[in-house]
Design a protein around this ligand. Structure first.
Ligand SMILES: [Zn+2]
Ligand SMILES: [Zn+2]
Length: 269
């Protein structure tokens, strides 16, 4: 069976720090690779980790805050220089195309590959990608701009005794960033093997957390507990908190199987 794993390309929040880059994750599922968010620094992390873009066809962007999409133009420009010919599909809020198109025209107008924009409605829970072995659903989140997380499902088509086909779901990975505490996501992520939930702040920074519509580590753990997930990965840490173990200390008493995202770490799903 193929490996299901996620590699952290960036686990910081709005600003890059000495030890963290803004959001980005590389997901391997069913011998396919997916890029989730593309903050500044994602390309560099991919180079350091030896991740190959030749097999990357799909990029999922949660929302249009810069820490989740400023790395896109750099990555696409590099692919153009590499003379890529395979199309790249980008799933994001409709405004991304409007923002990116002038930069694409200016910097890589002579590229040899198509960029296919798939506008998504972040307010709606729906399937936005499906092939024989993987499906991706949106998870509407609560943030300052339209935002959705993504639920990746590894599925297999099986034949029933009567000859008809049915789908079996094996592994599920839910990516929820950025968001304030919202129990509305629980029915969608219920029982997933692995949940990544942002934990930008500590409980003592709760007022600030609500103001900017983010979550604390304790809130992320509460969602993991109520949704009965297998494992919780924390990330999207505020630049004000240098010691990430403080996030773990707050989450673990609520949800024990919690781990910290750190740059370039890989987690099994
Ligand atoms: Zn963010
Ligand atoms: Zn944001």
């Amino acid at each position: 069976m193929s490996e299901a794993k996620v590699t952290i390309l960036g686990c910081g929040s709005a600003k890059p720090t000495k030890t963290t880059s803004p959001s980005g994750q590389w997901l391997d599922l069913c011998d396919k690779s997916f890029l989730i968010d593309c903050g500044e620094g994602v390309q560099l992390a991919m180079q350091k980790l030896g991740l190959r873009t030749a097999r990357l066809y799909n990029i999922f962007i949660t929302h249009l805050h810069g820490d989740h999409c400023f790395g896109l133009i750099g990555l696409l420009s590099t692919l153009s220089m590499l003379k890529r010919t395979q199309p790249m599909h980008i799933y994001a809020h409709k405004d991304l195309e409007k923002l990116l198109q002038p930069l694409l025209d200016y910097h890589c107008g002579d590229r040899l590959f198509d960029i296919v924009f798939h506008p998504i409605n972040p307010r709606k829970h729906e399937v936005i990608f499906e092939d024989r072995t993987v499906s991706v659903e949106t998870i509407p989140l609560k943030h300052g701009v339209p935002t959705c997380g993504f639920l990746f499902k590894e599925t297999r088509r099986k034949m029933a005794e009567d000859g008809s086909f049915y789908h079996v779901t094996r592994k599920r990975y839910a990516y929820c960033s950025d968001t304030m505490y919202s129990e509305k996501i629980i029915p969608i992520i219920e029982g997933v093997e692995t949940l990544y939930h942002e934990s930008t702040f500590l409980t003592e920074m709760g007022v600030r957390s609500k103001e900017v519509m983010h979550s604390t580590a304790a809130e992320a753990a509460m969602i993991a507990k109520k949704a009965n997930v297998g494992k919780l990965i924390l990330g999207h840490y505020s630049a004000r908190v240098e010691d990430h173990s403080l996030f773990l200390n707050e989450a673990k008493p609520i949800f024990d199987n919690t781990v910290l995202a750190e740059e370039h770490l890989t987690f099994e799903i």
